[in-house]
Structures are given as structure tokens and as C-alpha cells.
Design a protein around this ligand. Sequence first.
Ligand code: MD6
Ligand code: FE
Length: 221
Amino acid sequence: MPAPTADLFPDDALQQPAGREQIGDESHVLRGYALPWIERLLPSLRQVLAQSPFRQMVTPGGFTMSAALSSCGELGWTTDAHGYRYSPLDPRSQRPWPAMPDVLRQLAVQAAADAGFIGFAPDACLINRYVPGAKMSLHQDKNERRYDAPVVSVSLGLPAIFLFGGHARSDRAQKVSLFHGDVVVWGGIDRLRFHGVMPIQEGLHPVMGPQRINLTFRTAG
Ligand code: MD6
Ligand code: FE
């Protein structure tokens, strides 16, 4: 006979640490994980963006991405008419991307460890800025040299609906709401799942203003 609590707690989400939601076999949302870091994180982010400001990039297919991009770390993700790739230089300045601030690296490494990926060593942090209406079409993250490291994604500012699909573009995507301070960690068997972001709704975030900023940390090289 099941324990008397069985009906009260039918959901195995309750077996997980508080604020940790599993969205795939090896993927989790850590709700509010970045909130205690934000006061230290924002000044570092501002310094990075003063050196390498947001810019809109063009895909190899000739479309201007609605999200504006920057990067920090040894490698930055770029796109232009010639393709998608990681580069040690900011194409705008032809100088190295700003170094990855310690506070950003530490947040990413700790979040990865708490989601089961010990020893994450990110060398790239892509910074995406979405104003209302901006979106990210379904894609796979596959420009990295290897896929054994996870991706750690930090959401700041306006909420987003994250689309988390399968291994084929046509697989039905689950919708996951992401809020200021949420961190998504995914890897392993989920590493190459299609994903995207629905158009950001109009709004004004009390800390970040009328925008969403997403940081994605990867081992790219
Ligand atoms: C975004 N994120 O949330 C876009 N990729 O703005 C991504 O493309 C992404 O959040 C890989 C892993 C996590 C992500
Ligand atoms: Fe991605």
C-alpha cells in the first residue's frame, strides 16, 4: 500500500532541491539562482559592454538577427555572410573580446555543478539583448568543438518563453517561462536539442528596464 502522502505528492518534482525544475533528462531550470549574484554581476556586465557593445549580426542567409549580441571570454560567437563561428577577436574592434569577469565565470561554474556538471570550464560567454518583439528562432548550439560540456544560460530582465524542442526541428517544443535570475543548465543527452525564444512581450523590468539580457556560457574551443 502506498504511503499516505502518495496522493498529496504525486509529482516527482517534489523530490528535487527547491527551485530546481527538470525540463529534460539532463536539463534543469534553477529558479532565481542568479538573484544573489546580480548586484556584483551587473557592474561587470556594464564594463564588458563598454568594451564590446551590443550589435546586430547578419546570418549566412542574409537575415539580421532581432537579438543584439556581444561576448566575453577567450572566444565569442559571431555570424556574418560567411557563416557561424567562434572567434577570439571582436569583429567590430578587431581586438580580443573582453575577458570573462570572475563573477560571471563563478556563477556559471557553480550553477553547472549544482545541476550535475562538475568541472565546467567555460571559455565563451555570449550575451544576447532582446527588446520587446525580438526573438530567437529554433536552433541547435553546434558551433562548439565538442559537446561534452553543458551550456549554462542566465536570464535577466523581462520574462521570456523559452521553446525547448527535441533532436529534430519538427519535434514539438515545450514552453518554459524564464524570469529574471533564472538559470538553465543543460547538457549530456540534451545538449543538441533544438531551442528558441518566443518574441519578448512589451514591459519594463524594475532592474533591467525594457529589455531581456541572456548570458550563455559554453566550452567552445
Ligand atoms: C536565450 N538561449 O535564452 C537564448 N542556447 O536568449 C539559447 O540559445 C540557449 O538558453 C543553449 C542553451 C541555453 C540557451
Ligand atoms: Fe542556443
